[in-house]
Design a protein around this ligand. Structure first.
Ligand code: PGA
Length: 254
């Protein structure tokens, strides 16, 4: 039986002007409020930086948490265009995504950079959602387990705990493509992550750690994915931009 409460997290990426973001946040907040205690998961939305303060106001007082999509490893200083973890906390964030594959690809972020960002997030009191996942070429070469395990250990700070860290397994080839791994492929990677986590967090820590799946999760496949033993929720891109789709996924939690 699952003892971890699932986390359903929306990664809005670079989408939405203020009116869109506020409407989306209000829509999710209203559904969550109506569901009340029947809600079987924790809910999180991660808007672009420009919308965070508005979205935090829109969901205030309800069960929907707010997160950033990235933060800098430093606390302040000459880093034009960047945002520090404490700044995110200051406008209402409880979480921040670090090491998303789009950051790793677009901005050359290495495991060491992601690790430092997770340290900064935790130091600012935020829960770091650390993203890891193989490319299609790596999977085709039979290197999935080796690559994902390497990213996991390289990106996970020594001070990580199940309380300050969430892992998101996101195969790069499944993001935004409509393609997903088979259940057996998801199960294999998630079980490996939990086994590797035991080496770092101890058996109890690993048992408590949330490991999300991300990559083309949608209402039609969420139930099956979320039912799997080691899948503790989802990090959802495209389908998090529509209230009804995001809600249908949240409702798919066992
Ligand atoms: P997707 O994105 O749901 O649009 O595939 C997931 C993610 O990148 O977090």
């Amino acid at each position: 039986m699952k003892t971890r409460r699932p986390l359903i997290a929306g990664n809005w990426k670079m989408n939405g002007l203020r009116a869109d973001g506020i409407a989306l946040a209000e829509g999710v907040a209203a559904k969550a409020k109506a569901a009340g205690a029947a809600l079987a998961c924790d809910l999180l939305v991660c808007p672009p930086f420009t919308l965070i303060a508005d979205v935090a106001r829109a969901v205030a007082g309800g069960p929907v948490a707010v997160g950033g999509q990235d933060c800098h490893a430093k606390t302040s200083g000459a880093h034009t265009g960047d945002v520090a973890a404490a700044m995110l906390g200051d406008v209402g964030c409880r979480y921040v995504i670090v090491g998303h594959s789009e950051r790793r690809t677009d901005h050359g972020e290495t495991d060491a950079v992601v690790n430092a960002k997770a340290v900064a997030a935790n130091a600012a009191g935020l829960i770091a959602i650390i993203c890891i996942g193989e490319t299609e070429a790596e999977r085709d070469a039979g290197r999935t387990i080796e690559v994902v395990a390497g990213q996991f250990h390289g990106s996970l700070p020594d001070g990580a705990t199940a309380a300050n860290t969430v892992i998101a397994y996101e195969p790069v080839w499944a993001i935004g493509t409509g393609r997903t791994p088979t259940n057996a492929e998801v199960a294999e990677v998630h079980a490996m992550i939990r086994a590797e986590a035991a080496k770092r967090l101890g058996a109890d820590g690993a048992r408590a750690l949330k490991v999300l799946y991300g990559g083309s999760m949608k209402p039609s496949n969420a139930k099956e994915l979320l039912a799997m033993d080691d899948v503790d929720g989802g990090l959802i891109g495209g389908a998090s931009l529509k209230v009804d789709d995001f809600w249908a996924i949240a409702q798919s939690c066992p």
